[in-house]
Design a protein around this ligand. Structure first.
Ligand code: NAI
Ligand code: MG
Length: 399
């Protein structure tokens, strides 16, 4: 096995604690790598006016693979107020480093698997037709377009000049908003490009083929968002017909999908969606398998081979400064497994996943979220495993 260099980005809050747990498990599972830690997040915004310093971008460009913990983001004005006094008044505007990272490297494929673990007390249950309790097995992989849509950042408040003129050229804008003064208008545009839409659709279909899922569900809103969702649906139908005829294409509206989430989650396999709907639907499915402590993700650019692997949770600032970290590292460890899959180290990934499965099923080591406790520094005295204790238990189960 050639030794890889992995860029590690602990970020803020609980990012470092979960990342360290992930690195310990990787090491114990026999993954050989050099790690280079780099800077991202709030501290660097405050100190340098840039939460994603160029040195971090350069390292990722060079080594291609990064493991990322979590960052703290705050609204524009709150961010400006926390800048180092020497940097204030210079017109620096905060924007999320993770969104910037995705756009900079074109990490347009975001993959978020949601698989339920046997024995996880947080698994979704529902009442069956006979009145009994059912625990449907969720095995869903969401492919979220990661760089466009409503997260494109093409937005205006008080649109003026050519922008306003262009808006007024649209008959619907003119009719419904034309008489409202522009200073009372804000616009966020939802942009879908054909190349990026094609890439996310192909990633979803190819995954379904490789892992023998029978269907791909496009989860959008083509009946209302005719141009963007409508284009995506048309492209999905073409692709299915021409390239993936053995896979069924299902089409659901995102609002209805959220309702069906609890009705029949076991019926879904691969789901593909634009940026915001993909974000929403993946959080919805994550809720069925245990929530943020279990929600992992990969974001990558299939052409450059650059990939960033991270739990979907944030920096959970309220738990950040506990002397013993209490948060669940499984989402991070699963994200590390996605990294291993990406760099063709599937054997090590499988070994780690087997250990996680056993630990959860045995039920002796459970973090506070799995015990349905209210998070506090005391939970470890009340029987909850700490972040490190969970990592230790997974390490002990590595065959
Ligand atoms: P969050 O994900 O940080 O935390 C929400 C709640 O989820 C926590 O209070 C905790 O109860 C639970 N939780 C999160 N991770 C957990 C874990 N590993 N184990 C057990 N429980 C866990 O989201 P929140 O509070 O909305 O945002 C906090 C900060 O994180 C904000 O500044 C936000 O902008 C940022 N954020 C960053 C993300 C990223 O780095 N990709 C994603 C989401 C939020
Ligand atoms: Mg999210």
């Amino acid at each position: 096995m050639t030794k890889r260099t992995i860029v590690t980005l602990p970020g803020d809050g609980i990012g470092r604690a979960v990342l360290n747990a992930g690195l310990r498990v990787l090491e114990a599972a026999g993954f050989k790598a050099d790690y280079i830690e780099s800077d991202i997040g709030w501290e660097f915004w405050k100190k340098e006016g840039n939460p994603l310093p160029q040195r971090t971008i350069d390292l990722i460009e060079k080594h291609k693979i990064a493991l990322f913990g979590a960052i703290t983001s705050k609204p524009k004005d709150a961010a400006a107020a926390e800048l180092d006094p020497a940097l204030q008044g210079k017109g620096l505007i905060y924007s999320s480093p993770i969104v910037n990272l995705r756009q900079y490297f074109g990490l347009d494929i975001c993959m978020r698997p949601c698989h339920s673990y046997k024995g996880n007390p947080l698994n979704f249950i529902r009442r069956g037709a006979d009145g009994g309790i059912e625990e449907p097995e969720v095995d869903v992989v969401i492919f979220r377009q990661n760089t466009e849509g409503l997260y494109s950042g093409v937005e205006w408040s008080n649109p003026q000049g050519n922008i306003l003129k262009g808006l007024l050229d649209n008959p619907k804008y003119k009719k419904n908003f034309g008489t409202i003064p522009p200073e009372q208008i804000s616009v966020s545009s939802r942009i879908f490009s054909k190349p990026a839409t094609e890439r996310i659709l192909r990633a979803a279909f190819a995954y379904a083929r490789k892992y023998e899922y029978k269907s791909v569900t496009l989860c959008e809103k083509p009946n209302v968002l005719r141009e963007t969702s409508g284009m995506m649906y048309k492209m999905a139908m073409e692709m299915q017909k021409n390239e993936f005829p053995e896979i069924e294409l299902w089409n659901t509206n995102v609002d209805a999908q959220m309702m069906w989430l609890t009705k029949n989650p076991e019926n879904y396999g691969v789901i593909v969606a634009g940026n915001l709907f993909g974000d929403i639907i993946s959080d919805g499915f994550a809720g069925l398998i245990g929530g943020l402590g279990f929600a992992c993700s990969a974001q990558y650019n299939p052409d450059s081979g650059i990939g960033v692997f991270e739990p979907t949770h944030g920096s959970a600032p309220k738990y950040a400064d506990y002397p013993v970290s209490i948060v669940n590292p499984i989402a991070m460890i699963e994200s590390a497994c996605m990294m291993l899959d990406f760099i063709e180290e599937q054997t090590i990934a499988a070994k780690i996943r087997k250990a996680i499965t056993e630990v959860i099923d045995e039920g002796e080591t459970r973090t506070y979220d799995m015990l349905k406790m209210h998070g506090s520094a005391d939970v470890v005295n009340m029987g909850a495993a700490s972040t490190d204790a969970m990592a230790d238990s997974i390490i002990a189960h590595l065959a």
